[in-house]
Design a protein around this ligand. Structure first.
Ligand SMILES: [Fe+2]
Ligand SMILES: [Fe+2]
Length: 488
Protein backbone atom coordinates (compact mmCIF):
# COMPACT_ATOMS: atom_id res chain seq x y z
CA UNK A 1 0.00 0.00 0.00
CA UNK A 2 1.35 3.40 -0.94
CA UNK A 3 1.42 6.07 1.73
CA UNK A 4 1.56 9.79 1.20
CA UNK A 5 4.46 11.36 3.06
CA UNK A 6 3.55 13.64 5.96
CA UNK A 7 4.93 16.66 4.10
CA UNK A 8 2.82 15.91 1.04
CA UNK A 9 -0.28 15.34 3.19
CA UNK A 10 0.30 18.68 4.92
CA UNK A 11 0.80 20.39 1.56
CA UNK A 12 -2.43 18.91 0.17
CA UNK A 13 -4.31 19.85 3.36
CA UNK A 14 -3.11 23.46 3.02
CA UNK A 15 -4.14 23.56 -0.64
CA UNK A 16 -7.59 22.18 0.21
CA UNK A 17 -7.92 24.74 3.00
CA UNK A 18 -7.15 27.42 0.42
CA UNK A 19 -9.79 25.90 -1.87
CA UNK A 20 -12.45 25.91 0.85
CA UNK A 21 -11.54 29.48 1.81
CA UNK A 22 -12.07 30.51 -1.81
CA UNK A 23 -15.36 28.58 -1.83
CA UNK A 24 -16.65 30.37 1.23
CA UNK A 25 -15.73 33.72 -0.28
CA UNK A 26 -16.72 33.06 -3.86
CA UNK A 27 -19.61 31.17 -5.38
CA UNK A 28 -18.61 30.46 -8.99
CA UNK A 29 -20.94 32.68 -10.97
CA UNK A 30 -20.67 36.07 -12.59
CA UNK A 31 -21.69 38.75 -10.11
CA UNK A 32 -23.82 40.71 -12.55
CA UNK A 33 -25.26 38.73 -15.45
CA UNK A 34 -23.11 36.19 -17.26
CA UNK A 35 -22.47 32.58 -16.28
CA UNK A 36 -24.61 30.85 -13.68
CA UNK A 37 -25.23 27.30 -12.49
CA UNK A 38 -21.58 26.29 -12.94
CA UNK A 39 -20.81 22.64 -12.25
CA UNK A 40 -17.73 20.48 -12.83
CA UNK A 41 -17.39 16.91 -14.05
CA UNK A 42 -14.92 14.76 -15.92
CA UNK A 43 -15.64 13.75 -19.50
CA UNK A 44 -12.01 12.78 -20.11
CA UNK A 45 -9.14 11.60 -17.89
CA UNK A 46 -9.79 12.70 -14.26
CA UNK A 47 -6.02 12.96 -13.71
CA UNK A 48 -5.33 15.44 -16.51
CA UNK A 49 -8.56 17.25 -17.40
CA UNK A 50 -11.61 19.06 -16.08
CA UNK A 51 -14.99 19.72 -17.69
CA UNK A 52 -17.23 22.66 -16.72
CA UNK A 53 -20.88 23.22 -17.65
CA UNK A 54 -22.77 26.45 -17.07
CA UNK A 55 -25.73 28.48 -18.29
CA UNK A 56 -25.98 31.99 -19.58
CA UNK A 57 -29.00 34.01 -20.68
CA UNK A 58 -27.66 34.72 -24.15
CA UNK A 59 -25.63 33.07 -26.89
CA UNK A 60 -22.01 34.27 -26.87
CA UNK A 61 -18.45 33.03 -27.24
CA UNK A 62 -17.32 31.98 -23.78
CA UNK A 63 -14.32 30.17 -22.33
CA UNK A 64 -13.04 28.01 -19.51
CA UNK A 65 -9.66 29.13 -18.16
CA UNK A 66 -7.64 26.91 -15.85
CA UNK A 67 -4.35 27.62 -14.11
CA UNK A 68 -2.50 26.00 -11.24
CA UNK A 69 -3.12 27.45 -7.81
CA UNK A 70 0.56 28.52 -7.61
CA UNK A 71 0.40 30.33 -10.97
CA UNK A 72 -2.86 31.96 -10.06
CA UNK A 73 -1.29 33.42 -6.94
CA UNK A 74 1.66 34.85 -8.86
CA UNK A 75 0.10 35.99 -12.13
CA UNK A 76 -3.64 35.35 -12.22
CA UNK A 77 -4.82 33.72 -15.43
CA UNK A 78 -1.96 34.97 -17.67
CA UNK A 79 -0.58 31.45 -18.29
CA UNK A 80 -3.95 29.66 -18.13
CA UNK A 81 -5.09 26.79 -20.34
CA UNK A 82 -8.01 28.31 -22.27
CA UNK A 83 -10.76 26.16 -23.80
CA UNK A 84 -13.55 27.66 -25.90
CA UNK A 85 -16.96 26.42 -24.78
CA UNK A 86 -19.60 24.88 -26.98
CA UNK A 87 -22.87 26.79 -26.71
CA UNK A 88 -26.11 24.96 -27.43
CA UNK A 89 -29.80 25.59 -26.97
CA UNK A 90 -30.83 22.68 -24.76
CA UNK A 91 -34.49 23.70 -24.53
CA UNK A 92 -37.00 21.21 -25.88
CA UNK A 93 -38.86 23.96 -27.75
CA UNK A 94 -35.98 26.02 -29.26
CA UNK A 95 -36.65 28.84 -26.81
CA UNK A 96 -32.96 29.52 -26.25
CA UNK A 97 -31.84 27.89 -22.99
CA UNK A 98 -28.12 28.46 -23.54
CA UNK A 99 -25.87 25.75 -22.16
CA UNK A 100 -22.08 26.09 -22.19
CA UNK A 101 -19.63 23.25 -21.90
CA UNK A 102 -15.82 23.19 -22.07
CA UNK A 103 -13.00 20.79 -21.20
CA UNK A 104 -9.46 21.81 -20.28
CA UNK A 105 -6.75 19.20 -20.89
CA UNK A 106 -3.01 18.72 -20.24
CA UNK A 107 -3.35 19.28 -16.48
CA UNK A 108 -1.10 17.66 -13.87
CA UNK A 109 -2.39 14.76 -11.72
CA UNK A 110 -3.11 15.34 -8.03
CA UNK A 111 -2.90 19.14 -8.32
CA UNK A 112 -5.10 22.00 -7.09
CA UNK A 113 -6.23 24.34 -9.87
CA UNK A 114 -8.05 27.66 -10.09
CA UNK A 115 -10.48 28.40 -12.90
CA UNK A 116 -13.07 30.80 -14.21
CA UNK A 117 -15.67 30.72 -16.99
CA UNK A 118 -17.19 33.42 -19.18
CA UNK A 119 -15.58 36.08 -21.37
CA UNK A 120 -13.67 39.34 -21.10
CA UNK A 121 -16.65 41.45 -20.05
CA UNK A 122 -18.08 38.99 -17.58
CA UNK A 123 -15.76 36.45 -16.00
CA UNK A 124 -17.16 34.36 -13.19
CA UNK A 125 -15.64 34.41 -9.73
CA UNK A 126 -12.61 32.12 -9.36
CA UNK A 127 -13.28 28.47 -8.47
CA UNK A 128 -10.96 25.67 -7.44
CA UNK A 129 -10.81 21.93 -7.95
CA UNK A 130 -8.23 19.19 -7.78
CA UNK A 131 -7.31 16.66 -10.44
CA UNK A 132 -7.20 12.99 -9.57
CA UNK A 133 -4.03 11.25 -8.49
CA UNK A 134 -4.49 7.85 -10.18
CA UNK A 135 -1.80 6.29 -7.95
CA UNK A 136 -3.63 7.25 -4.78
CA UNK A 137 -5.19 4.42 -2.83
CA UNK A 138 -7.19 6.79 -0.67
CA UNK A 139 -10.30 8.33 -2.22
CA UNK A 140 -13.21 10.12 -0.58
CA UNK A 141 -16.43 10.53 -2.51
CA UNK A 142 -20.12 11.03 -1.78
CA UNK A 143 -23.34 9.47 -2.98
CA UNK A 144 -26.71 11.21 -2.74
CA UNK A 145 -30.03 9.49 -3.49
CA UNK A 146 -33.19 11.14 -4.87
CA UNK A 147 -32.95 14.93 -4.64
CA UNK A 148 -36.48 15.63 -5.87
CA UNK A 149 -38.62 17.94 -3.79
CA UNK A 150 -41.85 17.09 -1.98
CA UNK A 151 -43.16 20.53 -1.09
CA UNK A 152 -42.26 24.05 -2.12
CA UNK A 153 -39.56 23.89 -4.80
CA UNK A 154 -37.26 26.78 -3.75
CA UNK A 155 -37.31 25.90 -0.05
CA UNK A 156 -36.78 22.17 -0.58
CA UNK A 157 -33.88 22.66 -2.99
CA UNK A 158 -32.34 25.19 -0.59
CA UNK A 159 -32.45 22.55 2.14
CA UNK A 160 -30.72 20.08 -0.17
CA UNK A 161 -28.16 22.80 -0.98
CA UNK A 162 -27.46 23.07 2.76
CA UNK A 163 -26.82 19.32 2.91
CA UNK A 164 -24.33 19.66 0.01
CA UNK A 165 -22.60 22.60 1.73
CA UNK A 166 -22.38 20.63 4.99
CA UNK A 167 -20.87 17.69 3.11
CA UNK A 168 -18.15 19.83 1.54
CA UNK A 169 -17.37 21.77 4.67
CA UNK A 170 -16.87 18.53 6.63
CA UNK A 171 -15.04 16.71 3.82
CA UNK A 172 -13.08 19.23 1.71
CA UNK A 173 -10.90 16.38 0.40
CA UNK A 174 -13.92 15.09 -1.58
CA UNK A 175 -12.83 13.83 -5.02
CA UNK A 176 -16.27 13.70 -6.61
CA UNK A 177 -19.95 13.11 -5.88
CA UNK A 178 -22.53 11.00 -7.67
CA UNK A 179 -26.32 11.25 -7.61
CA UNK A 180 -28.80 8.39 -7.91
CA UNK A 181 -31.31 10.12 -10.24
CA UNK A 182 -34.67 11.87 -9.70
CA UNK A 183 -33.03 15.28 -9.37
CA UNK A 184 -36.30 16.93 -10.35
CA UNK A 185 -40.00 16.20 -10.26
CA UNK A 186 -40.31 17.08 -13.92
CA UNK A 187 -37.52 16.28 -16.34
CA UNK A 188 -38.87 18.77 -18.90
CA UNK A 189 -38.81 21.76 -16.53
CA UNK A 190 -35.97 24.23 -17.17
CA UNK A 191 -37.06 26.12 -14.06
CA UNK A 192 -36.58 23.03 -11.91
CA UNK A 193 -33.18 22.15 -13.36
CA UNK A 194 -32.04 25.77 -12.93
CA UNK A 195 -33.17 25.63 -9.31
CA UNK A 196 -31.31 22.35 -8.86
CA UNK A 197 -28.09 23.83 -10.31
CA UNK A 198 -28.45 27.03 -8.32
CA UNK A 199 -28.19 24.91 -5.16
CA UNK A 200 -25.71 22.37 -6.51
CA UNK A 201 -23.32 24.97 -7.90
CA UNK A 202 -21.81 26.39 -4.67
CA UNK A 203 -20.27 22.95 -3.98
CA UNK A 204 -20.18 21.24 -7.34
CA UNK A 205 -18.40 24.12 -9.05
CA UNK A 206 -15.48 22.80 -6.93
CA UNK A 207 -16.16 19.07 -6.85
CA UNK A 208 -16.95 17.06 -10.04
CA UNK A 209 -20.54 15.82 -10.05
CA UNK A 210 -22.05 12.80 -11.81
CA UNK A 211 -25.54 11.35 -11.88
CA UNK A 212 -27.53 8.47 -13.16
CA UNK A 213 -30.95 8.97 -14.73
CA UNK A 214 -34.14 8.59 -12.69
CA UNK A 215 -37.67 8.09 -13.97
CA UNK A 216 -38.35 11.79 -13.29
CA UNK A 217 -35.62 12.80 -15.74
CA UNK A 218 -36.92 10.45 -18.35
CA UNK A 219 -40.49 11.59 -18.84
CA UNK A 220 -40.12 12.53 -22.47
CA UNK A 221 -41.75 10.60 -25.27
CA UNK A 222 -39.26 7.90 -26.22
CA UNK A 223 -37.79 7.63 -22.73
CA UNK A 224 -34.57 9.54 -23.40
CA UNK A 225 -33.63 12.04 -20.67
CA UNK A 226 -33.10 14.88 -23.14
CA UNK A 227 -33.06 17.94 -20.88
CA UNK A 228 -31.00 16.11 -18.23
CA UNK A 229 -28.49 15.13 -20.93
CA UNK A 230 -28.39 18.74 -22.12
CA UNK A 231 -27.51 20.11 -18.71
CA UNK A 232 -24.81 17.61 -17.77
CA UNK A 233 -21.56 16.45 -19.38
CA UNK A 234 -20.37 12.91 -18.62
CA UNK A 235 -17.86 10.51 -20.23
CA UNK A 236 -19.18 9.20 -23.55
CA UNK A 237 -17.63 5.73 -23.25
CA UNK A 238 -21.02 3.99 -22.94
CA UNK A 239 -22.59 1.63 -25.47
CA UNK A 240 -23.50 3.19 -28.82
CA UNK A 241 -26.79 5.07 -28.59
CA UNK A 242 -26.62 5.13 -24.77
CA UNK A 243 -23.64 7.47 -24.26
CA UNK A 244 -23.83 9.46 -21.02
CA UNK A 245 -26.72 7.24 -19.83
CA UNK A 246 -24.12 4.50 -19.28
CA UNK A 247 -20.55 5.47 -18.50
CA UNK A 248 -17.59 4.63 -16.31
CA UNK A 249 -14.48 6.33 -15.00
CA UNK A 250 -11.57 5.67 -12.64
CA UNK A 251 -10.76 7.98 -9.74
CA UNK A 252 -7.87 6.89 -7.52
CA UNK A 253 -8.48 3.21 -6.83
CA UNK A 254 -12.23 3.42 -7.50
CA UNK A 255 -13.95 2.35 -10.70
CA UNK A 256 -17.31 4.13 -10.93
CA UNK A 257 -19.93 2.58 -13.19
CA UNK A 258 -23.09 4.65 -13.77
CA UNK A 259 -26.04 2.85 -15.38
CA UNK A 260 -29.49 3.99 -16.54
CA UNK A 261 -31.63 1.10 -15.32
CA UNK A 262 -34.82 3.03 -16.09
CA UNK A 263 -34.38 1.39 -19.53
CA UNK A 264 -36.26 -1.53 -17.96
CA UNK A 265 -39.39 0.64 -17.75
CA UNK A 266 -40.10 -0.05 -21.41
CA UNK A 267 -40.23 3.68 -22.30
CA UNK A 268 -37.36 3.35 -24.76
CA UNK A 269 -38.94 0.29 -26.42
CA UNK A 270 -35.68 -1.63 -26.34
CA UNK A 271 -35.33 -4.99 -28.04
CA UNK A 272 -33.76 -8.13 -26.58
CA UNK A 273 -30.75 -7.29 -28.74
CA UNK A 274 -30.47 -3.84 -27.11
CA UNK A 275 -30.60 -5.36 -23.64
CA UNK A 276 -27.95 -7.91 -24.63
CA UNK A 277 -25.76 -5.05 -25.90
CA UNK A 278 -26.11 -3.19 -22.59
CA UNK A 279 -25.31 -6.32 -20.57
CA UNK A 280 -22.28 -7.04 -22.79
CA UNK A 281 -21.01 -3.51 -22.22
CA UNK A 282 -21.34 -3.82 -18.43
CA UNK A 283 -19.52 -7.18 -18.48
CA UNK A 284 -16.72 -5.81 -20.64
CA UNK A 285 -16.38 -2.65 -18.57
CA UNK A 286 -16.00 -4.67 -15.36
CA UNK A 287 -13.84 -7.40 -16.92
CA UNK A 288 -11.29 -4.80 -18.03
CA UNK A 289 -11.26 -2.69 -14.85
CA UNK A 290 -8.30 -3.30 -12.53
CA UNK A 291 -9.13 -0.75 -9.83
CA UNK A 292 -9.34 -2.00 -6.24
CA UNK A 293 -13.01 -1.06 -5.91
CA UNK A 294 -15.94 -1.39 -8.35
CA UNK A 295 -18.89 0.82 -7.46
CA UNK A 296 -22.10 0.86 -9.54
CA UNK A 297 -24.81 3.54 -9.37
CA UNK A 298 -28.41 2.86 -10.46
CA UNK A 299 -31.77 4.50 -9.89
CA UNK A 300 -34.20 1.56 -9.64
CA UNK A 301 -33.00 -0.82 -6.90
CA UNK A 302 -31.82 -4.35 -7.60
CA UNK A 303 -33.58 -5.57 -4.42
CA UNK A 304 -36.72 -3.47 -4.13
CA UNK A 305 -38.07 -2.47 -0.72
CA UNK A 306 -41.49 -1.74 -2.25
CA UNK A 307 -42.85 -3.99 -4.94
CA UNK A 308 -41.72 -2.88 -8.41
CA UNK A 309 -41.61 -5.00 -11.57
CA UNK A 310 -38.77 -2.83 -12.96
CA UNK A 311 -36.58 -3.91 -10.03
CA UNK A 312 -37.31 -7.56 -10.85
CA UNK A 313 -36.15 -6.93 -14.42
CA UNK A 314 -32.95 -5.18 -13.28
CA UNK A 315 -32.19 -8.00 -10.86
CA UNK A 316 -32.75 -10.72 -13.46
CA UNK A 317 -30.60 -8.94 -16.05
CA UNK A 318 -27.72 -7.48 -14.06
CA UNK A 319 -27.37 -8.84 -10.52
CA UNK A 320 -25.54 -11.94 -11.80
CA UNK A 321 -23.12 -9.70 -13.71
CA UNK A 322 -22.44 -7.63 -10.58
CA UNK A 323 -21.81 -10.85 -8.63
CA UNK A 324 -19.55 -12.50 -11.22
CA UNK A 325 -17.59 -9.44 -12.35
CA UNK A 326 -16.56 -8.18 -8.93
CA UNK A 327 -18.87 -5.26 -8.10
CA UNK A 328 -18.34 -4.41 -4.42
CA UNK A 329 -21.01 -1.81 -3.80
CA UNK A 330 -24.18 -0.69 -5.60
CA UNK A 331 -25.82 2.66 -4.82
CA UNK A 332 -29.51 3.03 -5.69
CA UNK A 333 -32.50 5.32 -5.16
CA UNK A 334 -36.13 5.54 -6.25
CA UNK A 335 -37.84 4.23 -3.12
CA UNK A 336 -37.15 7.17 -0.79
CA UNK A 337 -35.72 5.45 2.28
CA UNK A 338 -32.17 4.74 3.39
CA UNK A 339 -31.69 1.00 3.25
CA UNK A 340 -28.35 -0.84 3.38
CA UNK A 341 -28.61 -4.51 2.51
CA UNK A 342 -26.65 -7.37 3.96
CA UNK A 343 -24.05 -8.54 1.44
CA UNK A 344 -26.23 -10.51 -1.01
CA UNK A 345 -25.30 -13.30 -3.40
CA UNK A 346 -28.09 -14.79 -5.51
CA UNK A 347 -30.63 -13.23 -3.17
CA UNK A 348 -29.16 -14.74 -0.01
CA UNK A 349 -27.09 -13.19 2.74
CA UNK A 350 -23.46 -14.11 2.05
CA UNK A 351 -20.70 -12.27 3.89
CA UNK A 352 -18.03 -13.96 1.79
CA UNK A 353 -19.34 -13.44 -1.75
CA UNK A 354 -22.17 -10.91 -1.39
CA UNK A 355 -22.62 -7.50 -3.02
CA UNK A 356 -23.72 -4.61 -0.74
CA UNK A 357 -26.66 -2.48 -1.96
CA UNK A 358 -27.31 0.96 -0.47
CA UNK A 359 -30.47 2.92 -1.28
CA UNK A 360 -30.27 6.59 -0.33
CA UNK A 361 -32.45 9.70 -0.29
CA UNK A 362 -31.06 13.25 -0.04
CA UNK A 363 -34.13 15.37 -0.86
CA UNK A 364 -37.39 15.93 0.93
CA UNK A 365 -39.62 13.17 -0.43
CA UNK A 366 -39.78 10.17 1.92
CA UNK A 367 -41.61 6.87 2.27
CA UNK A 368 -42.09 5.79 5.87
CA UNK A 369 -42.09 2.02 5.40
CA UNK A 370 -40.12 -0.61 3.51
CA UNK A 371 -39.50 -4.33 3.23
CA UNK A 372 -36.68 -4.74 5.75
CA UNK A 373 -36.07 -8.45 5.19
CA UNK A 374 -32.75 -7.96 3.35
CA UNK A 375 -31.68 -4.81 5.19
CA UNK A 376 -28.99 -4.55 7.82
CA UNK A 377 -29.83 -0.87 8.46
CA UNK A 378 -32.90 1.21 7.57
CA UNK A 379 -33.50 4.93 8.17
CA UNK A 380 -36.83 6.65 7.50
CA UNK A 381 -37.79 10.27 6.87
CA UNK A 382 -34.22 11.60 6.94
CA UNK A 383 -32.14 13.13 4.15
CA UNK A 384 -28.57 11.86 4.18
CA UNK A 385 -25.44 11.81 2.09
CA UNK A 386 -23.29 8.71 1.96
CA UNK A 387 -19.58 9.36 2.47
CA UNK A 388 -17.33 6.67 1.04
CA UNK A 389 -13.66 6.35 1.92
CA UNK A 390 -11.15 3.93 0.47
CA UNK A 391 -7.77 3.22 1.97
CA UNK A 392 -6.14 0.50 -0.09
CA UNK A 393 -8.07 -2.69 0.61
CA UNK A 394 -10.52 -1.02 3.00
CA UNK A 395 -13.72 0.77 2.04
CA UNK A 396 -16.11 2.35 4.53
CA UNK A 397 -19.46 4.06 4.05
CA UNK A 398 -21.13 6.46 6.47
CA UNK A 399 -24.68 7.81 6.17
CA UNK A 400 -24.64 11.37 7.55
CA UNK A 401 -27.51 13.82 8.03
CA UNK A 402 -27.59 17.61 7.80
CA UNK A 403 -26.58 18.06 11.44
CA UNK A 404 -23.55 15.81 10.98
CA UNK A 405 -24.92 12.78 12.81
CA UNK A 406 -23.51 9.49 11.60
CA UNK A 407 -26.64 7.34 11.22
CA UNK A 408 -24.97 4.34 9.65
CA UNK A 409 -21.45 2.99 9.25
CA UNK A 410 -20.39 -0.04 7.29
CA UNK A 411 -17.19 -1.70 6.13
CA UNK A 412 -17.71 -2.97 2.59
CA UNK A 413 -16.30 -6.45 1.81
CA UNK A 414 -14.01 -6.49 -1.22
CA UNK A 415 -14.92 -8.85 -4.03
CA UNK A 416 -13.05 -10.14 -7.06
CA UNK A 417 -13.94 -11.28 -10.56
CA UNK A 418 -15.17 -14.90 -10.34
CA UNK A 419 -15.90 -16.05 -13.88
CA UNK A 420 -14.60 -18.98 -15.86
CA UNK A 421 -11.92 -18.63 -18.52
CA UNK A 422 -14.57 -19.27 -21.19
CA UNK A 423 -16.92 -16.60 -19.80
CA UNK A 424 -14.05 -14.11 -19.62
CA UNK A 425 -12.84 -14.59 -23.19
CA UNK A 426 -16.42 -14.55 -24.52
CA UNK A 427 -16.89 -11.13 -22.90
CA UNK A 428 -13.81 -9.77 -24.69
CA UNK A 429 -14.77 -11.48 -27.96
CA UNK A 430 -18.29 -9.98 -27.98
CA UNK A 431 -16.86 -6.53 -27.22
CA UNK A 432 -14.57 -6.98 -30.24
CA UNK A 433 -17.69 -7.49 -32.43
CA UNK A 434 -17.73 -11.33 -32.47
CA UNK A 435 -14.96 -11.67 -35.10
CA UNK A 436 -15.05 -14.87 -37.17
CA UNK A 437 -11.90 -16.95 -36.54
CA UNK A 438 -10.04 -18.25 -39.58
CA UNK A 439 -8.82 -21.49 -38.01
CA UNK A 440 -10.31 -24.54 -36.38
CA UNK A 441 -10.06 -24.62 -32.61
CA UNK A 442 -6.57 -25.81 -31.59
CA UNK A 443 -7.94 -27.01 -28.23
CA UNK A 444 -9.22 -30.45 -27.38
CA UNK A 445 -11.48 -29.24 -24.56
CA UNK A 446 -13.08 -26.14 -26.15
CA UNK A 447 -14.19 -25.29 -29.65
CA UNK A 448 -16.11 -22.01 -29.36
CA UNK A 449 -15.34 -19.14 -31.74
CA UNK A 450 -14.33 -16.97 -28.80
CA UNK A 451 -11.74 -19.49 -27.66
CA UNK A 452 -10.28 -19.86 -31.16
CA UNK A 453 -10.19 -16.05 -31.54
CA UNK A 454 -8.40 -15.91 -28.21
CA UNK A 455 -5.69 -18.23 -29.52
CA UNK A 456 -5.44 -16.38 -32.87
CA UNK A 457 -5.02 -13.02 -31.18
CA UNK A 458 -2.75 -14.42 -28.49
CA UNK A 459 -4.89 -13.11 -25.64
CA UNK A 460 -5.24 -16.50 -23.91
CA UNK A 461 -3.06 -19.20 -25.45
CA UNK A 462 -4.20 -22.12 -23.32
CA UNK A 463 -2.17 -24.40 -21.09
CA UNK A 464 0.21 -25.59 -23.82
CA UNK A 465 -1.03 -29.19 -23.70
CA UNK A 466 -3.87 -28.65 -26.16
CA UNK A 467 -6.22 -27.60 -23.36
CA UNK A 468 -7.89 -24.23 -22.80
CA UNK A 469 -9.50 -25.04 -19.44
CA UNK A 470 -12.85 -23.39 -20.29
CA UNK A 471 -14.43 -24.15 -16.93
CA UNK A 472 -11.40 -23.20 -14.81
CA UNK A 473 -11.69 -19.94 -12.88
CA UNK A 474 -10.10 -16.86 -14.47
CA UNK A 475 -7.45 -15.84 -11.96
CA UNK A 476 -6.37 -12.31 -11.11
CA UNK A 477 -2.87 -12.62 -12.54
CA UNK A 478 -4.31 -14.10 -15.74
CA UNK A 479 -6.59 -11.06 -16.14
CA UNK A 480 -3.57 -8.78 -15.68
CA UNK A 481 -1.70 -10.76 -18.35
CA UNK A 482 -4.61 -10.55 -20.84
CA UNK A 483 -5.13 -6.82 -20.26
CA UNK A 484 -1.39 -6.29 -20.70
CA UNK A 485 -1.55 -8.12 -24.03
CA UNK A 486 -4.58 -6.05 -25.08
CA UNK A 487 -2.62 -2.88 -24.39
CA UNK A 488 0.37 -3.99 -26.52
FE1 LIG B 1 -37.76 9.42 -6.66
FE1 LIG C 1 -37.65 7.28 -9.04
Amino acid sequence: MRCLSLARKTYLALLLLFAVTLLLLSPVSASDGGAFGVALSWTEDPATSITAVWRDDTQKTEYLQVTSEAEYRSSGFVAAVTAEASCTDISLDASGVWHYEATANCLEPGTVYCYRVGCEDAWSEVGTFHTDDPKSETVTFAYMGDVQTAGEMEADYALWGELCAALYERSPELSFAVLGGDLTNSGISVKMFDCFFQNASPVFSHVPLFSTVGNHESNILGGKPELFAGYFAFPDNGPEGFEEEFFSLNVGNVHLLVLNDWVFSGEQNLTDEDFAKLADWIRYDLATSREDWQVAVLHVPVYEVHSDTRATAVREAWSGIFEEYGVDLVFEGHQHVYSRSFPLYRGRVDYENGVTYIMGVSGSKFYDSSDESKAERVIYNTATYELVRTDGDTMTVQAIDLMGNELDYAVIPQRGVCVTRLEYIETLWRAAGCPEPSHESPFTDADSKAVTWSWETGLILGYGNGCFGPEDPMLDWQIDLVLGRMGE
